[in-house]
Design a protein around this ligand. Structure first.
Ligand code: M6R
Length: 602
């Protein structure tokens, strides 16, 4: 997963300081241990600690690291082997000459481990990653050539950054699937698993693509094809941000900050794309009328909240453009789908642009002949780089693991795409929908300023054995999003059902301890949803309705009635519910247990 963070430095500065500074900027992605390795007069200095980066910093403050001008660092999200000091990265070989950090999973680890043990290597951790350090013990003297041979033997997904104490002026990095960004100044070079870590020192960087290996020296980065070590010319991309670490400020947590910031992000995603007379124009994004008319079918590929945004778009496309569309869980699509009809457009939706399941599904769709459009919040991300068309979500950095503003900007970007498709095909959206879209940021600001959830609901949810969310049509995707937010933030078990399913099994779960939250932002389903809610409240459930009036214990009325406006506003109380229940239960808000911001391991 991007789950792990990688940082490397070579140059005149004190490497330990740069490594810790970079790792700090990757912290928000989630991790459970941290470590650094430095070259120290011909040997490797290594410090690794389970727990937060702060724990490692305390150890280093007590006993300062040696001065060194080259080093690698890592924040680990455990996959193979528990959370412990010895499983933390970096790892070294038997002789302590090579140090490595790794993101990803080496799938043929068992076979490589057996081979190394047979050859007499002493392995000190339970990780698949350590094997790479030992494999580097033998082979050509040149680190780049040696790593290329080792990398070719490793199956699975990885980003590897290595150093050799005998070549203290260079780092070598190789990528298969997990991201690596590299940049240099005149006399130094930096490497990281995300460009955000490089922002204090650099304004641009290159991104390794799959099957590339980089030789990184002060002031000089050379990239080669892993296959045959042929040189490759790379493009420099700007690094966003001014190097300042974002600050949650008065909101206390990034989740709350990002939740409250949504109206600003919504204005940004619409700017220049939706004009005052309701015309949608995506030409600046490279999406023209001819292309829009050529689309015959759409397959959305996404995971988590991004998938929920796609499910909403499927409803809208069917209704407004009469275009067949399906939203596929990317992790399933890549393995099962063998055929795509001609004229199919694959749309990959991903906040990070690095989610491995979505990336793999995108590649699979391409192999099946589809054109790919991606909606990402990181226009230089791998998913964007591998797409034919890109719509930038412009949500701004989303730091909290649980998505808020990225999800709702995805909903808006997909609504703009729906409107553009409709207008190109002479089946325009009802003008009220576009009016609602333009109005929604301001309405949301007023709504957020005045809205409060009753304490009674928060306490009931905080103690509940489970919470059920219900919806129909577009509201099923909203119910799923509400349920996902609640479970990831508060660890309260929760599930979303199509309301029609209730009597076919889930109703057995309902009693007076189980709140039932009904999403009803599409009033056409109000009558049926009223019955579903009544069935639950008749069994003692605390009933909540978000949208149309259903006679619930708690009625959340939304100030916009148009479908898209109501949907976006309906997301807000659900996002607030999740954080308030989580706070009541004392859960960490920005980094829920076991989760990471961008999932780059399958
Ligand atoms: O970066 P992506 O949008 O591809 O991420 C997809 C999911 O991992 C993500 O939405 C996840 O479900 C969030 N934690 C939801 O809050």
């Amino acid at each position: 997963m991007h789950m792990c963070g990688i940082m490397g430095y070579v140059g005149p500065k004190q490497a330990a300081e740069v490594l810790l500074g970079g790792l700090k900027r990757l912290e928000y992605r989630g991790y459970d241990s941290a470590g650094i390795a430095l070259e120290d007069e011909g040997s490797i200095y290594l410090r690794r600690k389970a727990g937060a980066l702060r724990v490692l910093e305390e150890v280093l403050a007590e006993s300062p690291p040696p001065p060194s001008h080259i080093g690698i660092g890592h924040t680990r999200w455990a996959t193979h082997g528990g959370v412990s000091d010895r499983n933390a990265h970096p790892h070294t070989d038997c002789k302590g000459e090579n140090a490595i950090v790794h993101n990803g999973i080496i799938e043929n680890a068992d076979e490589l481990r057996a081979e190394l043990l047979n050859a007499g290597h002493v392995l000190r951790s339970e990780t698949d990653s350590e094997l790479v350090a030992h494999l580097l013990e033998t082979g050509p003297a040149d680190l780049r050539v040696r790593l290329s041979e080792v990398a070719r033997r490793c199956e699975g997904a990885y980003a590897l950054l290595v150093m050799d104490v005998h070549q203290p002026d260079r780092l070598v990095a190789v990528r298969r699937t997990s991201p690596i960004a590299i940049g240099a100044t005149e006399n130094e070079a930096y490497v990281a698993s995300g460009a955000i870590a490089l922002a204090p020192w650099l304004s641009e960087c290159i991104y390794l693509d799959d099957g590339e290996i980089a030789d990184i020296r002060p002031g000089k980065i050379e990239v080669f094809r892993l296959e045959d070590l042929e040189p490759i010319a790379k493009t420099l991309h700007p690094i966003e941000g001014d190097g300042e670490l974002p600050d949650a400020g008065e909101h206390g947590t990034f989740y709350r900050k990002e939740l409250m910031e949504q109206p600003i992000a919504w204005r940004r995603v619409m700017a220049g794309r939706l004009d005052d007379v309701g015309q949608v124009n995506l030409r600046d994004d490279g999406i023209d009328q001819e292309f829009l008319r050529s689309v015959e079918r759409i397959v959305f590929l996404a995971m988590g909240s991004s998938l929920h945004a796609c499910q909403m778009a499927v409803e809208r496309l069917a209704e407004v453009v009469h275009l067949p569309a399906q939203a596929e869980l990317a992790s399933e699509f890549r393995d099962t789908r063998t055929f795509l009809e001609p004229g199919t457009l694959a749309i990959a939706v991903s906040q990070s642009g690095e989610t491995i399941d979505t990336l793999a599904a995108l590649r699979h769709a391409r192999d099946l002949g589809a054109k790919v459009l991606s909606l990402v919040n990181a226009p230089a991300s791998t998913i964007a780089r591998e797409s034919d068309y890109v719509l930038d979500l412009r949500a701004g950095f989303e730091i909290s693991v649980a998505s808020t503003k990225a999800f709702t900007t995805q909903v808006i970007a997909l609504e703009l795409l729906t409107a553009a498709l409709a207008q190109a095909r002479a089946c325009p959206l009802p003008p009220t929908d576009l009016h609602a879209l333009r109005a929604v940021p301001t309405v949301a600001e007023d709504f957020l300023a005045a809205f409060h959830l009753p304490k009674e609901l928060i306490e009931t949810c905080a103690q509940a054995p489970g919470v059920i969310f219900l919806g129909r049509g577009q509201d099923l995707s909203l119910a799923r999003e509400g349920s996902l937010k609640l479970k990831e933030l508060s660890y309260v078990w929760s599930e979303a059902f199509a309301a029609g399913e209730l009597k076919h099994g889930p109703l057995a779960l309902v009693d007076q301890r189980v709140p039932v939250i009904v999403c009803v932002t599409d009033p056409r389903h109000a009558v049926k949803l009223r019955s579903s809610l009544a069935e639950a409240t008749a069994r003692g459930a605390y009933g909540v309705a978000v949208g149309s009036k259903l006679g619930a214990t708690l009625q959340v009325t939304l100030p916009l009635k148009e479908r898209i406006g109501a949907y976006l506003l309906g997301a807000l109380p659900l996002q607030l519910l999740a954080v308030e229940v989580a706070e009541a239960r004392g859960c960490p808000i920005d980094q829920p247990r076991n989760l990471a911001k961008s999932v780059t391991v399958e």
